[in-house]
Design a protein around this ligand. Structure first.
Ligand code: HEC
Length: 394
């Protein structure tokens, strides 16, 4: 598919737009400038802008129309925007998803001759957002040294340990400012808390899981906060990925992590991890017994452990048998997220968490990922680790 798109680009450079359009009669009532551009700015531009995580900008008509066929394919496959939670299953905060109308506008335009419309007066949003969406953090930790991705590498993972403050801290948000937005694909920040023998706290608590364009979650809006004992070691894991646009180029990054302190009193958000008893397998449901009384705020599946060709559906089943939908998503490598529920979910002793997975057609997946070599290795079943953010029930 990538090859096809490149071919279209070469074609576009060789002929003038009118000639290309002449191949396809204009049937779309929607135009780029009036209808498509606002959707692209709202739902695609976080990545599809110059210097962004995506391989091409879609911000202007000239940028976007050569990609019409590819946009059609990606939207039909539900690949873009990446990794949304299925909104018809359960409500997730800051869910990056197209409404039915937005999808209809983009598809009608992409398949209906890509008319331009009247160029608008609104200046194009050309540059990357280079600041912190939640405002300046209370503390910024810039990674100790720049990371260089060699010209012949397309993927890389680096880990750094940095120290939390010299006094204990209550944290309401942790955010990431990539040094080079074109290659930073996924960042996880863990606190190495050290488990208490009598406690269910894992030795690493997930403070932040970041993907490009993500709106950071401020947990103080629900009167909760993470607690970091002084001098805690923080593990920062950065996954780099180069898209074809940068093939053969060496790229450098020095990412910064921002910490926002909580003000006033808050209930402690605690990390709970659950491991699947058996390796994950697309033909079977996984069930986790819950033996604590908690309220669940968020769920994340641990990076690396999930085969990419699966739709994953997670729900909780109360002692009385009532099902509460939690999240449903299709797994794509590099886009692992932490999902914050719009409504906290009660987890009582005696309830269960059930994970139901459905396989996709591997040929379709390989096509969609064209060239990413992880696919085969990652389809081996592996044990699944869930990381839950909980508060004690009051
Ligand atoms: C969070 C970042 C992000 C957002 C938001 C996003 N994309 Fe993408 N897009 C990517 C990345 C990165 C790729 C390259 C493939 C990959 O690594 O998954 C891509 C690939 C594509 C491709 C395929 C390009 C090719 O090489 O064939 C199309 C088409 C596309 N995106 C369209 C869209 C549209 C339309 C939207 C909005 C409705 C959108 N994307 C939103 C990051 C994003």
């Amino acid at each position: 598919m990538r090859r096809k798109s490149l071919f279209v680009i070469v074609g576009a450079l060789a002929c003038v737009p009118q000639q290309l359009a002449a191949h396809k009669p204009v049937t779309s009532k929607y135009t780029y400038e009036q209808d498509v551009a606002p959707i692209i700015r709202a739902k695609c531009a976080a990545c599809h802008r110059p210097g962004g995580a995506a391989p091409m900008s879609l911000l202007t008509y000239a940028d976007a129309y050569p990609w019409a066929e590819s946009i059609h394919v990606e939207l039909i496959a539900n690949h873009m925007p990446p990794a949304p939670a299925d909104p018809s299953f359960a409500a997730i905060q800051h869910n990056r998803v197209l409404t039915a109308r937005e999808a209809d506008v983009l598809l009608t335009w992409a398949t209906g001759g890509t008319p331009r419309g009247t160029p608008s007066e609104t200046p194009t949003l050309e540059t990357a957002p280079t600041n912190w969406p939640l405002g300046p953090p209370d503390r910024v930790v810039t990674l100790p040294e720049p990371v260089t991705m060699a010209a012949d590498k397309s993927e890389d993972t680096r880990e750094f340990t940095v120290k939390a403050g010299t006094t204990s801290e209550w944290i309401r948000a942790v955010d990431v400012l990539p040094g080079n937005a074109a290659i930073v694909r996924n960042v996880s920040v863990f606190a190495k808390i050290g488990s208490h023998p009598s406690d269910d706290l894992p030795s690493e608590a997930l403070l932040c899981r970041w993907t490009p364009g993500q709106i950071p979650t401020d947990v103080s809006t629900e009167h909760t906060a993470f607690f970091l004992p002084r001098d805690t070691d923080l593990l920062v894991r950065i996954r780099y990925r180069k898209t074809w646009q940068y093939d053969g180029r060496s790229m450098t990054d020095q990412t910064a992590i921002g910490f926002y302190y909580a003000k006033g009193t808050a209930q402690q958000l605690r990390a709970l991890s659950l491991d699947s008893p058996e390796p994950l397998d697309a033909t079977r449901d996984e069930t986790y017994a819950v033996d604590v009384d908690h309220t669940l705020k968020a769920i994340a599946l641990r990076v690396d452990d999930l085969p990419p060709n699966l739709t994953v559906q997670i729900e909780s089943i109360g002692g009385d048998g009532a099902h509460i939908p939690m999240v449903r998503f299709s797994d794509r490598p590099g886009w692992e997220r932490r999902y914050w529920f719009a409504q906290p979910i009660p987890l009582e002793k005696g309830s269960r968490i059930e994970i139901h997975t459905t396989g996709h057609d591997p040929a379709l997946i390989a096509d969609a990922f064209g060239g990413i070599d992880k696919i085969d290795a990652a389809s081996t079943p592996s044990r699944l680790h869930m990381e839950l953010d909980v508060v004690a029930r009051q």
